[in-house]
Design a protein around this ligand. Structure first.
Ligand SMILES: [Zn+2]
Length: 149
C-alpha cells in the first residue's frame, strides 16, 4: 500500500471524512468508526509510518502526549468513562489492520464487553530472566536507534 492509498494519510491531509477532535502540525486525532466504546479515539502522526519500526521516536512521543491529553478529556467529558485503555497494535500478528501507526484511546466501564484473551499463568523466574536477556540483546542489536536521542 502506498501513501497515496493510505486512508489515515488521507484523513491527515483532510481528504477523507473523519470526526476530528484534535490536530496540530504533526498529529491528528479522530473518532474510530468502529468504536469499542463511545469516545474511542485514534491518534496518528500525520507523516506516514507503518509501525513502531519506522516511527521516529520524537514523533512517537508527540503521539503519546496527545493521547494523554485526550484521556484526560475523556475523563472530563459527558461520555461514560470509568477507566481508559491506550492500545497500539504493531504488526498483523498484533491485530494491526490499518498499516499507518495509530494509538487507540478508549473509555472503559464495567460491563463494556472489551476483553483480551491470553494465557495469564504466572511464570518461573528463570524463564523471565531468559526472556529479559533476549530483550536486552535486542536493545543492543544493530538498527536499535533508541539510545541516540
Ligand atoms: Zn499513511
Amino acid at each position: 500500500m502506498t501513501v497515496d492509498e493510505c486512508v489515515f494519510c488521507a484523513i491527515a491531509r483532510g481528504q477523507a471524512e473523519a470526526s476530528t477532535v484534535y490536530e496540530d502540525d504533526a498529529v491528528v486525532a479522530f473518532m474510530d468508526h468502529r468504536p469499542v466504546t463511545p469516545g474511542h479515539l485514534l491518534v496518528i502522526p500525520k507523516a506516514h509510518a507503518v509501525g513502531l519500526e519506522d516511527l521516529e521516536e520524537g514523533l512517537g512521543a508527540r503521539v503519546w502526549r496527545v493521547a494523554h491529553r485526550l484521556a484526560r478529556g475523556l475523563r472530563r467529558s459527558s461520555l461514560r468513562c470509568e477507566g481508559i485503555n491506550l492500545f497500539l497494535a504493531d504488526g498483523e500478528a498484533a491485530f494491526q489492520e490499518v498499516f499507518h501507526v495509530h494509538l487507540h484511546v478508549f473509555p472503559r466501564f464495567a460491563g463494556d464487553g472489551f476483553r483480551i484473551d491470553a494465557d495469564w499463568r504466572l511464570r518461573e523466574r528463570a524463564e523471565l530472566d531468559v526472556n529479559a536477556g533476549a530483550v536486552r540483546a535486542g536493545l543492543a542489536a544493530p538498527g536499535q536507534e533508541g539510545e541516540q536521542r
